[in-house]
Design a protein around this ligand. Structure first.
Ligand SMILES: C[S@@+](CC[C@H](N)C(=O)[O-])C[C@H]1O[C@@H](n2cnc3c(N)ncnc32)[C@H](O)[C@@H]1O
Length: 215
């Protein structure tokens, strides 16, 4: 399903070039509603790991003032993103081929007011999270946002389903795993981002909002 053996994709169904992810179908409305409250007016948003492209379309539908730049390392997924984007009236740019594990993935991009990434940093090596914040520091304007959606570990407060998920991820690839919120906060701080919101989302997911406080 992917031309990149080093990346993992969620379960999907096909309708012409557009792929549908059952999980994106379940969470796209709540994600779009939450981001609609958080993102500044007329924001230029970079999405990392756009997947099928369903989140991009839901977000610009909820907030018609947004300009959205999706990105995906997987070629078939990029085709799907561009197919969904055809319904967005030109407010979603052609999908870029970004992989945050590549050293210079952010070169020539931006500036953006916000970066959004759902469900990627647990199903990729930690270097993908490191690369995400390294690039975000380059392309996000001062005062801009990084918004991460997905499961996280919070010590003893971690949901049992997320502990089970962590074990299943590590069984598939020991470099993967549900990340500790404290580790992500520390990574963000090291790149000049402070967490200012932690929003609980359905199915024991979180929407984390980091603001760039350093130039
Ligand atoms: C579980 S899917 C999530 C897709 C979508 N964001 C969603 O929530 O439906 C993980 C995605 O991360 C992408 N991915 C994996 N490693 C990546 C990396 N280093 N940089 C950017 N995207 C990556 C995969 O291609 C895949 O589309």
């Amino acid at each position: 399903m992917t031309d990149r053996p080093d990346i993992a994709l969620e379960q999907r169904e096909r309708c012409d070039a557009r792929l549908s992810s059952p999980s994106a179908g379940r969470n796209k409305a709540v994600i779009a509603a939450a981001l609609a409250e958080l993102l500044p007016e007329n924001a230029h948003v970079l999405e990392i790991a756009s997947g099928t492209g369903e989140h991009a379309l839901a977000c610009v539908t909820a907030r018609p003032d947004l300009s959205w730049t999706p990105s995906e390392p997987d070629a078939e997924s990029r085709t799907s993103v561009d197919a969904w984007s055809a319904d967005a009236g030109g407010r979603i740019a052609p999908c870029l081929a970004c992989s945050t594990t590549e050293a210079r993935w952010s070169d020539g991009l931006g500036p953006f007011d916000a970066l959004f990434c759902a469900n990627m940093i647990h199903i990729a090596p930690w270097e993908a999270a490191e690369g995400l914040f390294r690039g975000a520091a380059e392309v996000i304007v001062e005062g801009g946002l990084v918004c991460l959606y997905g499961p996280f570990q919070e010590g003893e407060a971690t949901a049992p389903s997320n502990l089970d998920f962590d074990a299943s991820l590590k069984a598939r690839d020991p470099r993967w795993g549900v990340r500790a919120l404290s580790d992500v906060d520390a990574l963000a701080q090291g790149r000049g981002f402070e967490r200012e919101a932690r929003r609980e989302m359905p199915a024991n997911n979180l929407l984390l909002v980091y603001r760039k406080t350093a130039p």
